[in-house]
Structures are given as C-alpha cells and as structure tokens.
Design a protein around this ligand. Structure first.
Ligand SMILES: Cc1ncc(COP(=O)(O)O)c(C=O)c1O
Length: 409
C-alpha cells in the first residue's frame, strides 16, 4: 500500500474545515488542489522576473522567456515527446482539441468523410467535432460502450474504413475511469489513413504516458487537473502534422511576416501560440510537472489503484448504491461514479458537503454517455496524490448518513 500522506503538508487548503468537519476533497477529476511549490514558482516569476516573452531584448524579458520555455521542455519531457517543439501551450484540454478540430479539420474534412468518436467522450471531444462537421459536411459516427463500461471495439472493422479521417478517443474517462483502447484504435486508424486525437485530460495526470507508445497523432491535456494552474494546457502533435496544420488562431507572435493581404507562419510551436501566452501559468505548469516527477508517475498510479480498490470495496457494502464503471481497479482510473437509491445526485452531493465531503454531481460534461446509461446524473468521487483512506471513510460515513436523511429503506 502506498502512503503519500506526507504530501498533504504541501497543500494548504487541505488543512481547512468545511461545515465544521475536516475537508475530504474528492473532486480532483474536476480540478486538483495546488501545492505550495506551484504557488511559489508563479509568485517568484511575478515578483522577480516578469515581463512579456519572446519580445524584449532586455534582461527581464530574457528571464521570463527562459522560464516559459523551460516549462515547455519539462511538460514535453513528462509525456516523453520527441521534441519540445511538438508541445504547444494552449488554454487547456478543450482549447487543444479545438486547435486540431479547426486547424486540421477545416482543411482536411469534407462531404463523405467521417469522424469516429466514442459515446463515453467528454463534451470537449464531441462538440468541436460537431461544429467542424457542420462546417465541412463530414459525418459523426460513434463507437458504443459495452456492459463493463469499456469502449467496444468489436465492431471496428465494420465502421473503420477509408471514409474515416479522424478518430477521437479519451485515454481515461472522467465519468467511469474507463481506460480507452488508444493503441488498438491508433493502429487500426492508421491502416485506413485516419489521424487519432486523444483526450488526455485524465490519463496524463493519472498514469505514465508516453506519446510514442500511445501511437496517437495528437494528445490534449490541461494543467489544472495535475496540480497546475487554470488557464493553461498543452497540445502535443506529431511534428509533420503540426508543421502542415493551419493555426486556428491568428495574431501577434505567431508569424514570420505580415503583409497587408497575407502572412507567413512562425515555426512550430509558436505558430499555434497567438498573442501573449499565460506566462506565469506555464511556469506553474512546469512546477506541477516537476512535483509529479519527484513523486513518480508510477507511484501516482499505484496510489490511485490502491485508493480505487479500497473505495470500490467500501462502496460495495452500502445498500442501494450503484457504481458505474469497470470493477477491476487495475484496469481503470480513479473517478468513481455512483448513484444512491433514487436520490438525485445534486441532493446527495449537498448532504455530503454538510459532512465536509466534496464530490462532483451532474452529467460530468458527458451527456451522450449519461443517455447511454439511462440516468440524468451521478455523484462522482475522485482522487489524487494527496488523497488518503480516511477521506474515503468520511465519504462512506456521509453516504450512510444520507440514507438516513432521505429515509432510504
Ligand atoms: C476527460 C476530459 N476531457 C476534457 C476535459 C475538459 O478539460 P478543460 O475543461 O480543462 O478544458 C475534462 C475536464 O473535465 C475531462 O475530464
């Protein structure tokens, strides 16, 4: 059993109480808390080095630029990108997928083409493609989800042919923890000449990710779900695709020349970073990655498997509680969705909050998947490096309390 409780001292907010109870923060799949190392790195930039990047010839700008670019190198190294040039800083996972949908999709999709997604995707990997499909005339098709909450690739041969130009898949579901069959999909997609866009919003923070091993063409992820600040994320893409792809946004700093009627683009990754970037946020992202690397991503994963095993066991003992997700903790992430009798997830989350337990309630930005499950919402508990078993015990106690409050027979 891994015990990372010593890390909790780095997270000031975890010392808080909520409604007179110790805080049990079980909503890390939505966004994680930040360690002092991240806060200090951002503070230090603003206090001692801050200026705009890539513009000034003066010392502060040189230092700011060096810090920004060092963060790029760190984040690229974290996902084992072959080169930091292939790592584009964006506003987050959603923005990264939009970059590909607009930049690649508008140029490469048309009538008769297909975009293959899965029914478990977050809206961030559905809605941009719907917009692009509307612009281009391409058609959206979906892989189903089987009874064990896995993406069903048994029908792949029937749906994957030369008409499919893009395959979009999550590497880890934020609803069920389901691990997407990225490698299998990538190998099959490449056979028919399609590109593969991976939503790594949950997988990158929670598992060891090597983009080459994944076999994908683009991987999108964000800092705020991995101890970093909001407002920054990354898009990794294969060099040749990034070099050919049009920028989805134009403006300052992404050009080599601008004339009255046309412009030429800067080399990657600057081509995709129009305008002043989130500089301190990038530095915070770098510090978050450094923190996780010190813990070790294999340890992060092991810790999460332990917690998931423990939580699934405890939840299994609560009458009238249904868990939606794969049963094997080794074969899933740690986001655990559940319902309790017929109590609405929002009511349940409110009662849990009174007991100091923070969980997410709702459709988790996965409405098509909720429809597939035939429910409007679930409550979701999710973990990270700072989570301890006592917080899961607090959740279990609060769920028993909720049964009493709602008079569940
Ligand atoms: C699987 C998945 N994809 C995409 C996103 C979108 O991330 P963001 O809102 O940070 O852009 C999330 C966030 O909840 C997610 O869990």
């Amino acid at each position: 059993m891994t015990d990372l409780r010593h890390l909790r001292q780095d997270f000031p907010v975890l010392q808080r109480t909520v409604n007179g109870k110790p805080l049990a923060f079980l909503d890390s799949a939505a966004s994680t808390q930040k360690p002092v190392q991240v806060l200090d790195a951002m503070n230090d930039l603003y206090r001692n080095h801050y200026a705009n990047v890539h513009r000034g010839a003066y010392q502060l700008s040189i230092e700011s630029t060096a810090a920004y670019e060092a963060a790029r190198v760190r984040v690229a190294d974290f996902i084992k990108a072959p080169s930091p040039d292939e790592l584009v800083f964006t506003k987050g996972t959603t923005a990264s997928i939009n970059h590909v949908a607009y930049g690649w999709g508008l140029d490469n999709l048309g009538e008769g083409d297909r975009i293959l997604l899965t029914k478990i995707e977050h809206h961030a990997n559905i809605v941009p493609w719907q917009i692009i499909a509307r612009h281009t005339g391409a058609e959206l098709i979906y892989l189903d989800i089987d009874d064990d909450f896995q993406i069903d690739i048994s029908s792949l041969d029937e749906v994957l042919d030369e008409r499919v130009k893009v395959v979009g898949v999550t590497a880890m579901s934020n609803v069920t923890g389901t691990i997407g069959p990225v490698r299998a999909l990538a190998d099959a997609a490449h056979q028919v000449g399609a590109i593969v866009v991976v939503d790594g919003a949950q997988a990158v923070p929670h598992s060891v990710v090597d983009v080459a091993e994944m076999g994908a063409d683009f991987v999108a992820f964000g800092a705020h779900k991995m101890l970093g600040p909001t407002g920054i994320g990354a898009l990794w893409g294969r060099r040749e695709l990034l070099e050919r792809m049009e920028p989805a946004e134009g403006g300052g700093e992404m050009i080599t020349d601008v004339r009255l009627h046309e412009s030429t683009w800067a080399p990657i990754p600057q081509k995709f970073e129009a305008g002043t970037p989130p500089i301190a946020e990038a530095v915070g992202f770098g510090a978050a990655v450094e923190y996780l690397q010190k813990v070790g991503m294999d340890v992060v994963r092991e810790h999460e498997v332990d917690l998931t095993r423990y939580a699934l066991g405890q939840l299994g003992d609560i009458p009238d509680l249904t868990v939606y997700g794969p049963a094997d903790p080794e074969n899933r992430g740690g986001a655990i969705s559940f319902t309790l009798a017929d109590i609405h997830a929002h009511d349940l989350a409110t009662i849990l909050d009174q007991e100091g337990v923070a969980v997410r309630a709702g459709h988790h930005c996965a409405k098509p998947f909720m429809r597939h499950l035939g429910i409007p919402a679930t409550a979701r508990a999710s973990f990270y490096v700072y989570t301890v078993r006592e917080e899961i015990d607090q959740l279990i106690g609060a769920l028993h309390h909720a049964r009493k409050v709602f008079d569940v027979a």
